[in-house]
Design a protein around this ligand. Sequence first.
Ligand code: DX5
Ligand code: ZN
Length: 223
Amino acid sequence: MSSIQICPSILNVDRAHLSLEIEKIQESADLLHLDVMDSIFVPAFTFDFEECKSIIESSKLPVDSHLMIANPDEVAAEYARIGSKSVTFHLEASKSPSQTLRSIRSAGARSSIAIKPNTPVELLFDYLDDADMFLVMTVEPGAGGQSFMVDMMPKVRILRDHISNSGLSRWIQVDGGVTVETIAQAAESGANSFVAGSAVFNTDNPGEAVRALRKVAERTFRA
Ligand code: DX5
Ligand code: ZN
């Protein structure tokens, strides 16, 4: 069985208080979700490579790097080399997904591939051997604070069933609009890794928000 992973996203956290905010979730979260945007694959820009490096180096939590960048094939493994625990890139941006997944693993991180809402989930079936995790986006990548797309749930279920039938153990992550309400639908559909930005940091008690998310996910997860 896949264990439940709660991954707070620091996308909309005030940069001036980044380490203070991260401290609030240190005890309750599993991974810190780092959204890397390049202003090409998505309009926004977040962190450059050096900034990512310093966040990863100073984070006490393992870092889950989500690369929303064009041409990830050459650079994805670099994010593993600077210490990410997991590196996710987008299928839509990659020319050689299998090779890139393998390069991430060889560099010592968990390999992961993401799809945007309009991309068919069946395209991920080719990467069952090379990917440790699959990210099914539940919003259009590019910004925090959007609404959860419940119509992505059949994709998660199809993928979870396909993974189970193959006898492999793989993580499925959802990212975008995850709250205590929507997390149940994702967990029931077979997701075990959950990214949450607003639902964690736009609260008075981020640590408690993570615990609340985990509780619902543990209760509703269905393999
Ligand atoms: C969206 C990012 C998400 C985002 C989630 O492109 O990949 O990780 O920060 O934020 P919320 O939870 O607010 O939707
Ligand atoms: Zn993300």
